[in-house]
Write a protein that binds this ligand. Sequence first.
Ligand SMILES: NC(=O)C1=CN([C@@H]2O[C@H](COP(=O)(O)OP(=O)(O)OC[C@H]3O[C@@H](n4cnc5c(N)ncnc54)[C@H](O)[C@@H]3O)[C@@H](O)[C@H]2O)C=CC1
Ligand SMILES: O=C(O)CCC(=O)C(=O)O
Length: 529
Amino acid sequence: MAMYKVLVMDGVSEKGLEPLRNESEIEVIIGNKMTEDELVAVIGEYDAMVVRSATKVTPRVFDHASRLKVVGRAGVGVDNIDLNAATQHGVLVVNAPDGNTIAATEHTIAMMLALARNIPQAVAKMKNGVWDKKAFLGVELRGKTLGIIGLGRIGSAVARRAQALEMDIVAYDPYITEEKAESMGIKLATLEELFPVADFITVHMPKTKETYHMLDERAFAMMKEGVRVINCARGGIIEEEALYKYMKEGKVAGAALDVFEKEPNTDSPLLELNNFIATPHLGASTAEAQLNVAVDVAEEIVEALQGKVVRNTVNIPSISPEVMVKVKPYLKLAEKLGKFQAQLVEGRVTKLEITFSGDLAGEEVKPITTALVKGFLDPILQETVNFINATLLAKNRGISIAQTVNGRANGYASLITLKVISDKGEKTVSGTLFRDNDPRIVMIDGYRIDAVPEGYMLYVPHIDKPRIIGPVGMLFGEHNINIAGMQVGRKEVGGKAIMMLSVDAPVSEETLKAIAEIDGVQEVKFVSL
Ligand SMILES: NC(=O)C1=CN([C@@H]2O[C@H](COP(=O)(O)OP(=O)(O)OC[C@H]3O[C@@H](n4cnc5c(N)ncnc54)[C@H](O)[C@@H]3O)[C@@H](O)[C@H]2O)C=CC1
Ligand SMILES: O=C(O)CCC(=O)C(=O)O
């Protein structure tokens, strides 16, 4: 009698499911396409679920998933799985980030060549009985400049292939170091430098707050006349309306999309344009990639159901139950500290120094380091950071990680301190757990503070003098933003001080600018945790 039932959706490769089928205690059930209601009705029976991108694992699904322990994504992007709901229900989410790199890379190169030589349009004409040699004068790739935005697994694999095609590469990725790029023979550029020189532009980053509509009107306006753009990453990175406008007026000579803001999509106005080509999210659709990702995710589901450490966890680090009891309360604090610092620090980060003090000094702190590094890399990377790959992932991006323990905790029972070192300086933040495991930030760059790392926050270093706090408060009032909490820390009267504010809503660029202009305010940073 099988102990665990695993629901496999979205046509995941049957052959790749062998690791699940080999386990006598696991029963595999292949599900057909379901509506949310249908899924909600059956999910209560399952211990695990495997999906690609079609099935949406929503908070409602998790609410009804009383036995669910793990959801596996046979691929990289987990935007179809509600990670917060998964974490709240204690469900592990795992993915398979390596198996489809080559498939997505080759699809990108195929799109670039198809764009350059009008292959899809020529095929369509021939199939309509027209031998039209004149209409399709193409361009060569050799000697052209390819702008790559996002130099991760797929971006760098695209770069290597484009170099073999004798293209010049310029790349933008704020989270990798010059050295790392240089080792690939690539010079990093800013977007302002990349847009005007690139003949082709391809994007390879996750869809995040930062990358959403990165190629918008403003970006297209900066691009070279006759540019060709490709998106085989995520819909929404290119603003489709702006693309349409610039294709229509002729500045963009061609575009190839594998992904759309809304999917499935067969009614985009872009499809009416001759020089626009598209595929229905086929980047990962090769026999090899589908086998790879299915095997990876099936193995991870077995590991998770058997209580073992899992390779690619997306939401919570996978650790043994004994260690989990001790470190669990600190994971959230550590993740928040990492996320907080990622949004505060400026420049290219080269090192994270993490110090564990007080009660933590004798504990197994590695998972806490992982949670912290995960928090730090999360706003930047699509992929899973876990305690096997965290250090490696950071290292691949030129960031070294040092973990030390220290008995003294500055009067706190335990303390986690994260020093982030970048080419623009360093920033140190410490956090602790108050009663009932309540996470707090208690020190920023040596200034004592007591802030709850949650929701929307503002970090405002300023000169300690009258008429700072009042005007800041007034300004929020004028912009109709409620202040939920305020903390000020200083070392000496009249010197530098810092203010931490918790607010109930996101703060606009305009409000941030107005705060920065208040006399005595040195800087203002918005942080979302
Ligand atoms: N079309 C398809 O079927 C497939 C799409 N994908 C998508 O491709 C994308 C890239 O995947 P991987 O290379 O495996 O991920 P990765 O995590 O290895 O690389 C992402 C890169 O984007 C960079 N990045 C993050 N924020 C950035 C920003 N604001 N500006 C510039 N760069 C930024 C990161 O530093 C990182 O180097 C993901 O969105 C993934 O979901 C992946 C596989 C198949
Ligand atoms: O499973 C698929 O076909 C899509 C893969 C993908 O987009 C990803 O891995 O991020």
